[in-house]
Design a protein around this ligand. Structure first.
Ligand code: FES
Length: 152
């Protein structure tokens, strides 16, 4: 991992320790996870204990210590989406990708997550692909979407 990129992110915030969360968010966006070396560099440059950095990294669900797939698929299992068939969608996508929720395909193309209500219940059942909403999904539409993304 190139720590220059991490240093650029830290410099963007003037190496200000009060911006630790923002720095971690930018690192997560850059690498799709929080690489161990990046956390060590952040702790050192911001003069924040590494234990505190890890506490933040594991507290917020938006952060991941493991590499994520190129595409992140989120299946909403909030009440409206659950009633509308969210669990069936999740099962279908798990079958299509050959992984369980919270997993990443061995080729690194996809990560799959089950999430709580994302505040767009009128669109239920809802699937997000890289944060782009796909409304009123069915198992068939989900399979088609996965096939299209796989062909990219
Ligand atoms: S329950 Fe899925 S968006 Fe609200």
């Amino acid at each position: 991992m190139n720590t220059n990129r991490v240093d650029e992110i830290i410099d963007r915030y003037g190496a200000d320790r009060t911006a630790t969360l923002a720095v971690l968010q930018d690192i997560q966006a850059e690498y799709n996870h929080l690489p161990r070396e990046a956390l060590t560099e952040t702790a050192s440059r911001l003069r924040v204990p590494l234990s505190e950095i890890y506490r933040m990294a594991t507290f917020f669900k938006a952060f991941s210590l493991e590499p994520k797939g190129e595409h992140i698929i989120k299946v909403c299992l909030g009440t409206a989406c659950h009633v509308g068939g969210g669990p069936r969608l999740l099962e279908q996508i798990e079958r299509d990708l050959g992984i369980k929720a919270e997993g990443t395909t061995p080729n690194g193309r996809f990560s799959l997550e089950a999430v709580r209500c994302v505040g767009a219940c009128a669109l239920s059942p809802l699937v997000l692909v890289d944060e782009e909403p796909h409304a009123k999904m069915s198992a068939t539409k989900a399979s088609k979407l996965i096939a299209e993304l796989s062909a990219d």
